[in-house]
Design a protein around this ligand. Structure first.
Ligand code: BTN
Length: 308
């Protein structure tokens, strides 16, 4: 959000406060204050103006300014009501040199999943991509996918949904004994082997969507369907971004929390890898995100693959 607009909003949140008061506090004209108040109203904030000044009495459910308001993470938010793909837009911004930007949308018209699959993204979801430039080698990037899975799972649990993580990057929920997909994560990057230039972590959260509007073969489920009521998308998005921001600094803490939420550990798995199939019991996760599988004969560390 525009810096002065943010300051006007925070003054009004602590209101009632008069226009002239805000103007002198921020050293801007009264007309500028009025313009920012009107822009905030247009963005969905409810601002009453009584004799004693402006007062904030409502924050919009979703949208860029709503998520930016009281967000405790250093991301700039670029919001779209509808966009083909937040990942595609974030990659475009990466090409322009941007960093620490979150592209957020209510609906995607060309959402992409792993293996070039279509990712259905109707209005009511939380479709977002985080663009940043970490100082890590290419091989270290899987930890950001784990961080995203941990962040979303933690937020889902805080919202009363017992989500679990399936290696490498699915967040699922069990319904009638079957695991259904709540969230998908698509991490893309560019750079040299010893240092990435940028990373885009795309997170698709089936938040307030009807599972009937999602393809049945995807076995999808939504937060609202589990809860029986909508989730607060503004708070949910903020929690994801705040957790994602803090977990990024401590990989061991991510791995520990990942182990706590994982449904994969302790299970028999069959993984298709570029070097063939690995079958056995998943026993641990290792930095930067490899699954350790006990085949009965040896312990194999699998960096990537499709897991059944
Ligand atoms: C998967 O196949 O499980 C990954 C799905 C990732 C979907 C998200 S939604 C936000 C971002 N934009 C995209 O086009 N894809 C990712």
């Amino acid at each position: 959000m525009h810096e002065t607009r943010e300051q006007v909003l925070s003054a009004i949140a602590d209101g009632p406060v008069s226009g002239p008061d805000i103007a002198s506090r921020l050293d801007v004209s009264r007309a500028a204050v009025w313009k920012h108040v009107e822009a905030l109203r247009e963005a969905g904030f409810t601002i009453t103006s009584e004799d004693d000044g402006y007062l904030l009495s409502g924050v919009p459910d979703f949208g860029g300014p709503a998520v930016a308001y009281e967000l405790d993470a250093p991301f700039e938010i670029e919001y779209h009501d509808a966009i083909p793909s937040t990942n595609a837009r974030a990659r475009e911004l990466a090409g322009e040199g941007a960093t620490d930007v979150v592209v957020l949308a209510d609906e995607q018209t060309g959402g992409r999943g792993r293996l070039d699959r279509t990712w259905h993204s109707p209005s009511g979801g939380i479709w977002l991509s985080v663009l940043f430039r970490p100082d890590v080698p290419m091989a270290g990037t899987p930890v950001f996918t784990l961080a995203a899975a941990v962040a979303v799972t933690r937020a889902a649990r805080e919202a009363g949904v017992e989500a679990v993580i399936k290696w490498p990057n699915d967040v699922l929920v069990e319904v009638d004994g079957e695991e259904r997909k709540l969230v998908g994560i698509l991490t893309e990057m560019e750079g040299e082997a010893d240092r990435v230039s940028w990373v885009v972590v795309g997170i698709g959260i089936n938040a307030n969507v009807d599972p009937d509007d999602l393809p049945s073969e995807a076995d999808a489920m939504s937060l609202s369907a589990i809860r029986g009521e909508p989730v607060d998308r503004r708070r949910f998005t903020q929690r994801v971004l705040e957790t994602f921001d803090t977990v990024g600094t401590d990989p061991e803490a991510i791995l520990d929390e990942w182990r706590e939420y994982a449904s994969t550990l302790g299970r028999e798995v069959r993984i298709d890898t570029p070097d063939g199939e690995v079958v056995g019991e998943a026993v641990d996760i290792e930095y930067p995100g490899s699954l350790v599988v006990d085949t009965g004969e040896e312990r194999v560390t699998v960096a990537a693959g499709d897991c059944d």
